[in-house]
Design a protein around this ligand. Structure first.
Ligand SMILES: CC(C)(COP(=O)(O)OP(=O)(O)OC[C@H]1O[C@@H](n2cnc3c(N)ncnc32)[C@H](O)[C@@H]1OP(=O)(O)O)[C@@H](O)C(=O)NCCC(=O)NCCS
Length: 167
C-alpha cells in the first residue's frame, strides 16, 4: 500500500507513532471539536489499556489526528479515525488509515471492518478510495440529534501474506 507523503510538503515533521497516555488530553480536544457525540477520555484510556492499536499523527509534536483499531480472530475493526479540522484534506486521514491497515495486515488479519454514518460522505469517500465496500447496515446504531442514525458497515479484504519461502 502506498502512502502520500508528498501531500505534507508544507507540514514539516509529520510523524505517525503509537498513542501514549500523555497524548489523551490533546486527542480528546480534537475528538470533542470533531464529533457531536464524542468518545470520553476514559474510552481512549481503556483502548490504550486493553492494547488496541492506537496511533497519532503529529506535526511539530502537535496531535493533528488519531486512529484506533482492534485486531483479533482474523478481523481488524477501525473504531475511530479523526483529523483535526485545521489539518483536513491534506492526506492525513488516508495516511493514518493506511498505517492502521498495514498494522492489521502485519498482524495477519484477513479483513478490516468499520462503521460510518451514511451522512458522512467525506469519510465514506476516503474509505472507498482504499477499497472498502459496504456489506451491511446497522439500524439505529448511532446517537443522533433526533433519535438514532443507522451505520453503514464497510469491509476491506486485506491482501494475503506472502507465504515464507518453501512454505
Ligand atoms: C474523515 C476524515 C478522517 C478524513 O481526514 P482527512 O485528513 O481530511 O482526509 P484526507 O485528506 O486523507 O482525504 C482522503 C480522502 O477522503 C476524501 N475526502 C477528504 N476530504 C474530503 C472532502 N472535503 N470532500 C470530499 N472528499 C473528501 C477524498 O476521497 C480523499 O482522497 P483524495 O484526496 O485522494 O481525493 C476527517 O474528515 C475527519 O476527521 N472527520 C471528522 C471525524 C470523522 O467523521 N471520522 C470518521 C468517522 S467514521
Amino acid at each position: 500500500m502506498a502512502t502520500a507523503p508528498e501531500q505534507f510538503a508544507n507540514v514539516p515533521e509529520v510523524v505517525i507513532r503509537p498513542m501514549r497516555a500523555a497524548d489523551v488530553p490533546e486527542v480528546v480536544a480534537v475528538e470533542r471539536a470533531s464529533y457531536q457525540f464524542p468518545w470520553s477520555e476514559g474510552i481512549f484510556r481503556d483502548c490504550l489499556r486493553v492494547g488496541y492499536v492506537c496511533r497519532v499523527i503529529t506535526a511539530r509534536r502537535e496531535v493533528m489526528g488519531y486512529g484506533v483499531m482492534s485486531v483479533g480472530a482474523g478481523e481488524a475493526h477501525v473504531l475511530n479515525l479523526c483529523v483535526a479540522e485545521g489539518f483536513r484534506c491534506r492526506g492525513a486521514g488516508k495516511k493514518l488509515l493506511i498505517c492502521l491497515l498495514e498494522r492489521a495486515h502485519a498482524a495477519g488479519m484477513g479483513e478490516a471492518f468499520l462503521e460510518v454514518r451514511p451522512s458522512n460522505t467525506t469519510a465514506i469517500r476516503l474509505y472507498q478510495s482504499l477499497g472498502f465496500e459496504q456489506v451491511g447496515m446497522r439500524r439505529g446504531y448511532y446517537q443522533a440529534p433526533q433519535g438514532r442514525e443507522d451505520a453503514a458497515v464497510l469491509k476491506l479484504v486485506l491482501p494475503r501474506s506472502t507465504p515464507p519461502p518453501g512454505g
